[in-house]
Design a protein around this ligand. Structure first.
Ligand SMILES: Cc1ncc(COP(=O)(O)O)c(C=O)c1O
Length: 357
């Protein structure tokens, strides 16, 4: 049986039908229906955040953030991320400037940011890489000093607390992904958390074609989500404690068995772990490729995530050379981790990794 890096969590069908029945009763399929409102309210309570807005996916969440904050010209971002962090900037005609990452945390290296700041810089867009929280204090200091915006791509940070507060509470805006592969998901989906109440109100309008009281007022887009997505989100949220416990158990087992053999991401001590990913670093890329080949022969599909370093993308012409990111991107492998990964499969993965060449 194939073991993929991820397996979307599916709740019980009966429970899903119960929520779906409500859609038939309400005859309300999209456009801020009762299930979407309920999901937003429950996420607000669960996460302990005030200004949350659900959108269609984490990619549009980033684009709405740029629009709300009027981001232009250049944005300093992490080259070690999923492609959407960079491609959304390019799509919006914003020039990404790549700041290298810290070799231990895999998050943006705050010591290298200021040399990239110019009069063209309008924001910093760091990523809480694999749910590991960035150096928030230093990022807040830098953005305050230069009077620029701070947007966190927090796609991986669901449920993480930093200094006892949701990680989504930091920055001007945090963006989140609820894609099927995320630990909390609504098949497709995403959200933004805003510091400023007015930004939330503006965003509510622009995700709905820029309408205000049904009259077009702003340039908008359609980034709403449907009641069917909300139904899945509500089901998954019902099971979130179980999902987190299972991931923790699997994560800890990998950690106990592999910590002496591989370098791993250094986690922020002031933050909790959401056990979303299990990345390991090989000494060289060629070694990684040899092990990947063995995995594939055993029908196991860990993922080279993130690869390549984003400043090397074919559509990027700026010459920001991020050596640490390139090195880590070439040597990293994310191991399978999901609810339902059994001990036999996990033992096989560990055995392969611990077999000396
Ligand atoms: C860091 C990061 N940012 C943005 C996204 C985009 O989110 P979505 O797939 O919901 O559009 C992802 C998705 O995996 C991601 O990992």
């Amino acid at each position: 049986m194939k073991i993929n890096v991820n397996k979307p969590y599916l709740p019980s069908k009966d429970k899903y039908y119960q929520y779906i029945n409500r859609i038939w009763e309400n005859n309300h399929l999209t456009n801020f229906g009762p299930l979407s409102i309920e999901l937003e309210q429950r996420l607000r309570d669960y996460l302990g955040v005030n200004n949350i807005l659900l959108v269609s996916n984490g990619t549009l969440a980033l684009q709405i953030a740029y629009k709300v904050l009027n981001i232009k010209n250049e944005v300093i971002t992490s080259p070690f991320s999923f492609v959407a962090t960079t491609s959304t900037l390019v799509w919006d005609c914003i020039q990404p400037r790549f700041c290298d990452i810290d070799q231990d945390s895999f998050c943006i290296d705050v010591n290298k940011i200021e040399t990239l700041i110019s009069n063209n810089t309008s924001a910093i867009l760091p990523v809480h890489t694999f749910g590991n929280i960035c150096n928030i204090e230093e990022l807040e200091n830098i953005t305050a000093k230069h009077n620029i915006k701070l947007i966190f791509d927090a796609a991986h940070a669901f449920g993480v607390k930093y200094n006892n507060k949701s990680a989504f509470c930091y920055g001007d805006i945090s963006t989140i992904s609820f894609h099927a592969t995320k630990l909390f998901h609504s098949v497709e989906g995403g959200a933004l958390v805003f510091k400023d109440d007015n930004h939330l109100e503006y965003a509510k309008s622009i995700i709905n074609f820029g309408l205000k009281n049904n009259i077009p007022e702003f340039v908008g887009i359609n980034a709403k989500n449907s009641e069917f997505h909300a139904a899945m989100g509500l089901c998954v949220l019902d099971d979130i404690s179980y999902i987190m416990e299972e991931r923790e158990r699997i994560w800890e087992y990998y950690y106990d068995n592999l910590k002496d053999d591989f370098k791993m991401q250094k986690l922020n001590k002031n933050a909790t772990n959401n056990y979303h990913y299990f990345p390991i670093l090989f000494e060289t890329e060629s070694k990684l490729l040899r092990y990947l080949d063995i995995f594939h022969k055993n029908e196991i599909f860990p993922r080279r995530y993130f690869y390549p370093s984003l400043e090397k993308m074919p559509y990027i012409s700026i010459d920001d050379d991020c050596k640490v990111s390139q090195s880590i991107a070439s040597r990293i492998l994310c191991l399978p981790i999901y609810v339902g990964l059994d001990r036999v499969s996990q033992d096989l993965i560990i055995k392969i990794l611990r077999t000396k060449e």
